[in-house]
Write a protein that binds this ligand. Structure first.
Ligand SMILES: [Zn+2]
Length: 89
């Protein structure tokens, strides 16, 4: 696109507006609830049904969610990630 930067700017403004619109709608709906995953998106561990029911749209197992939150759980010690990797193989 030669010399059309002003037009391009307008287009990206439009895109930005629709993204903001989308975000506003997501916020209006409060939680962006999607489908709960049966298997963790990080480690493919099965997510217990209780957890899926308690947290609609949950994507991670307890371990991965705790890791993501930076709050490692006090079970299994600090080698949890390592032992999980070996479980996968
Ligand atoms: Zn996981």
């Amino acid at each position: 696109m030669a010399g059309g930067w002003a037009k391009d700017g307008a287009v990206s403004e439009q895109i930005e507006a629709s993204i903001n619109d989308e975000l506003a709608r997501m916020k209006a709906r409060k939680a962006p609830v999607g489908e709960s995953l049966k298997y963790c998106a990080e480690c493919d561990e099965e997510i217990p049904e209780r957890r899926r029911v308690a947290l609609p749209g949950v994507k991670l197992c307890v371990d991965c969610a705790a890791e993501r939150d930076g709050r490692p759980q006090d079970r299994g010690g600090f080698n949890r990630r390592g032992s999980k990797d070996s479980q996968l193989k």
